[in-house]
Design a protein around this ligand. Structure first.
Ligand SMILES: CC(C)=CCC/C(C)=C(\C)COP(=O)(O)OP(=O)(O)O
Length: 424
């Protein structure tokens, strides 16, 4: 790691000058129930710096030259005019943009800032989650470090739809349990992470997150594991709290997403075991499942409503949501590129190896990839939002989550060890 690299990454996240608005609903048409025929609000929004990649999808016939994602129909969406809706990817070619290879400037991050920043609320949730961590026994001897990570602030920033500290706490407990699994099973050898034990640890933990019903003779052993392994105890406790605010379907989604994340963690462990770096596309496939979706999947539950499964699982909705989760975890990768060693696997590092380029160039390409995903998310979310008010609310809340996460990444002491390094 070099201080130059850290400086590039920190200013990328902190520089909000060209950031798009934090409130997605400001960018969308008034809820007419129809997809805009003219590229009005989204186009205004997309006229800022670095936004020329966005093409506003129309409900009119798709020109043959336009790259087509398969023109997904949106079955089961019941909003007005949905039968005409097709999703069209932004064209790949950007004739008006300088080619990436000839322009040395660093693009700005296409990501909003937070909708709400209430430090007192964040601190209250953070203090309560640190107390809870002590009770369930995670981060033993590391509670000050946990406090400094400020996960309560992350959840306060990412869920502006509620200021109920208990709802925020339920989501914070989940994210802290996830990070504990990541730190203690995967990343931190000093804390006991062991590649040889990781797969069995994750699948056993999964039996707590999505409770396994074992034959009677073996149930006590599973119970013993649940009460004796602090991370398992933490998940059990967190999910009981979460269940107060979730429908069974919302809880089921969370369980599914956790299993996907564990699958992806096994994928990454294989790279370490084999000492190989993946190709860029393989890395992105893995990160697609190891994305920010486990915390993001609670967005509607924390806010107090439910995007019904008949909408949540419609492929274009899942696609847009998943793309947002992938884009946002690349912010985490940018931090990793700034602070982790050159042996760690993150997108800039994978790009640098595959393209044979310097780290600065690889960071730039990572920003471009992040921005492309975000532009596509906005274009597709705009279209989908026009079909249904609940989808519109959901995507507005997703956009707010992305902005809150950016702010947390730019300021948390998890990634800025000395407060003096934290950008103000
Ligand atoms: C742990 C968690 C909240 C999962 C969702 C997103 C995710 C997989 C991470 C943020 C973990 O990525 P990484 O291991 O690179 O995170 P750290 O840099 O160690 O915080």
């Amino acid at each position: 790691m070099t201080s130059t690299r850290t400086g590039i990454v920190e200013s990328l996240l902190a520089d909000m000058a060209g950031a798009p608005p934090a409130d997605l609903s400001r960018l969308l048409e008034p809820s007419s129930g129809r997809v805009a025929r003219t590229p009005s609000t989204v186009q205004r929004f997309t006229s800022g710096l670095g936004t020329s990649a966005v093409r506003v999808p129309l409900s009119e016939p798709v020109p043959p030259a336009t790259r087509d994602l398969g023109t997904h129909d949106i079955p089961r969406l019941t909003g007005l005019g949905t039968s005409a809706v097709q999703l069209v990817a932004p064209p790949v070619e950007q004739p008006s943009e300088p080619s990436p290879s000839t322009d040395d400037s660093m693009p700005e991050l296409f990501c909003p800032g937070p909708v709400r920043d209430d430090p007192a609320l964040g601190e209250e949730v953070n203090e309560r989650v640190v107390e809870w961590a002590g009770e369930v026994g995670i981060y033993p001897g590391e509670l000050d470090h946990l406090r400094n990570c400020d996960f309560g602030r992350l959840i306060m920033l990412t869920h502006p739809a509620t200021d109920d500290p208990d709802r925020l706490l339920a989501a914070t407990k989940c994210v802290v349990a996830e990070w504990a699994a990541d730190d203690y099973y995967i990343d931190e050898v000093d804390l006991g992470a062991d590649p040889a034990a990781a797969a069995s640890r994750m699948s056993t933990l999964n039996a707590i997150i999505d409770p396994a019903g074992l034959p009677a003779e073996y149930t006590p052993q599973l119970d013993e594991y649940r009460t004796g392994e602090p991370i398992a105890t933490a998940f059990r406790s967190a999910m009981r709290h979460l269940a107060q605010y979730c429908s069974p379907t919302q809880l089921g989604r969370f369980q599914h997403q956790m299993t996907l994340m564990f699958t992806a963690w096994n994928h990454a462990i294989e790279w370490r075991a084999e000492g190989r770096m993946p190709a860029v596309w393989e890395y992105l496939v893995q990160r697609n499942m190891d994305s920010y979706l486990p915390p993001m999947i609670l967005i509607d539950a924390v806010a107090g409503y439910e995007l019904p499964a008949t909408q949540f699982y419609v492929p274009p909705v899942r696609r847009a949501f998943t793309m947002a989760g992938l884009a946002n975890v690349l912010l985490n990768d940018l931090h990793s590129a700034g602070r982790e060693s050159d042996n760690d696997v993150n997108l800039p590092r994978v790009i640098a190896l595959e393209n044979g380029c310097a780290m600065r160039e690889a960071i730039k390409r990572t920003v471009e990839i992040h921005n492309e995903l975000m532009h596509t998310f906005v274009a597709e979310a705009a279209l989908l939002s026009a079909t249904d008010p609940t989808l519109r609310r959901f995507f507005t809340d997703v956009w707010a989550w992305l902005g809150g996460s950016r702010e947390w990444h730019a300021t948390t002491r998890r990634y800025h060890t000395d407060p003096a390094d934290t950008p103000t």
